[in-house]
Design a protein around this ligand. Sequence first.
Ligand SMILES: Cc1cc2nc3c(=O)[nH]c(=O)nc-3n(C[C@H](O)[C@H](O)[C@H](O)COP(=O)(O)OP(=O)(O)OC[C@H]3O[C@@H](n4cnc5c(N)ncnc54)[C@H](O)[C@@H]3O)c2cc1C
Length: 458
Amino acid sequence: VAADPLAEALARIVGPADCLTDPDLTAGYRTDWTGRFTGPARCVVRPGTTDEVAAVMALCAAAGQAVVPQGGNTGLVGGGVPRGGEVVLSLSRLVELEAVDPVGGTVVAGAGVTLAALQAHALAAGWDVGIDFASRDSATVGGLVATNAGGTRVLRHGDVRAQIRGVEAVTAAGVVVDRMTRLPKDSTGYDLPGLLVGSEGTLAVVTRVVWRLVPPAPERVTALFGLASYDDALTVLGEVRTAHAVLGAAETFGRAELELVRRHAGLAPPLRADHPRYVLLECEGRGAVEALARVLDGYPLVAETAVAVDAAGRAALWAYRERITECINAEGVPVKLDVAVPPTSLGRFEERVPEVVAGMAPNVRVLSFGHLAEGNLHVNLLDATEAEAEAVEGAVLTLVAGFGGSISAEHGVGIAKRRWLHLTRNPEDIAVMRAIKDALDPHGLLNPGVLLAPAADG
Ligand SMILES: Cc1cc2nc3c(=O)[nH]c(=O)nc-3n(C[C@H](O)[C@H](O)[C@H](O)COP(=O)(O)OP(=O)(O)OC[C@H]3O[C@@H](n4cnc5c(N)ncnc54)[C@H](O)[C@@H]3O)c2cc1C
């Protein structure tokens, strides 16, 4: 096989061990976590410094070569894997973590630092990270920023956008833009860090960030209980919020998802009886146990509750919720719809989705679970043919738009949902996004086809 001159030039920048062309070595970078999205890569390049990222981007720009940035490859919308001969730019070697600034409550982290490593680093310094979710061991800071990730603690601390003070990034042309501000107040011009959060690798490559930390919770209590419906779940959530208990998380899943996770993960039933809906609440802060008990004890809607305060007990309860994603994958390749509707519409939405799906593809199974307080449901469709998947996806996302919801609550648009962008973003809005893309990446080399469809496709 003839050597590729571009790959050779890239290898001179990053070193031969970090420019991969062997299909066996690139395989793990070419297929996404779900197994649904896969494509050929020209090569995989793994720079070890911001300057190397800049040199790689400059070389690719000069060659007119498209680039797909990639972090931990846990994204669920096909945005981090190649589609047709792009260079995969893995940021996994940018693992610098500076000492925590105890006055500002911030830390500087490289794009390749995993969420779990960031959490461990913060905890060791007496702080915590306001973001958490199940793929923490692989998902990276750069990926979290690029997707504006959410997870289980948004209710308490906000999404990733709320955690980012400053960003260093490399443009498509290979220019380093340093906006590593640590200041909590800074009104000087456009919010470039805010713009890059959620840009899915289409505007610039994130290389470092200033991450705002949060105080660790002195006490935490986790409670799992069963209810009759979403409406009951929202009533209980409202009671807990009105009691001003400090809520750290409010998650939900149904009977079918519990059955699936028990079957694949070999878990015992969490409660004596079987219920249509399950809610996992976590309260934190001093007096958390008493605060939660005040609301739940003897509450007429809550028949029985499993409660844990120690780390092992809490992890055991979280497993019923956190392991659902991997257990769905164990059943087959899912079509994943990460949507949000106003929480008060969850009950009605949950009724309508199976009706819509059954009307179009009766064999398709629907599994949904998610973040109760934000109305963010992960709707998973199993056993759909490609044609069914497309039709059902369109119908469910149209339903979401009808409820005034979001077609992408936390995973991003990626490849998977770009054709449905018009459902919740009007033409003027999309035109502004295109203008921003054109200004930063005039030749369309950064993650082409992600988020915005190629201009010719409309
Ligand atoms: C079991 C499981 C549970 C999950 N739970 C949640 C959840 O609760 N909440 C949630 O929000 N997500 C969740 N996810 C999705 C996923 O983990 C997040 O989207 C995460 O932020 C992706 O990070 P990553 O490093 O793996 O990014 P990747 O998958 O590598 O990339 C994702 C996107 O970011 C871009 N990108 C990556 N790094 C950079 C960079 N340095 N600069 C510019 N662009 C970049 C890519 O091009 C791509 O478009 C879950 C995934 C799994 C597998």
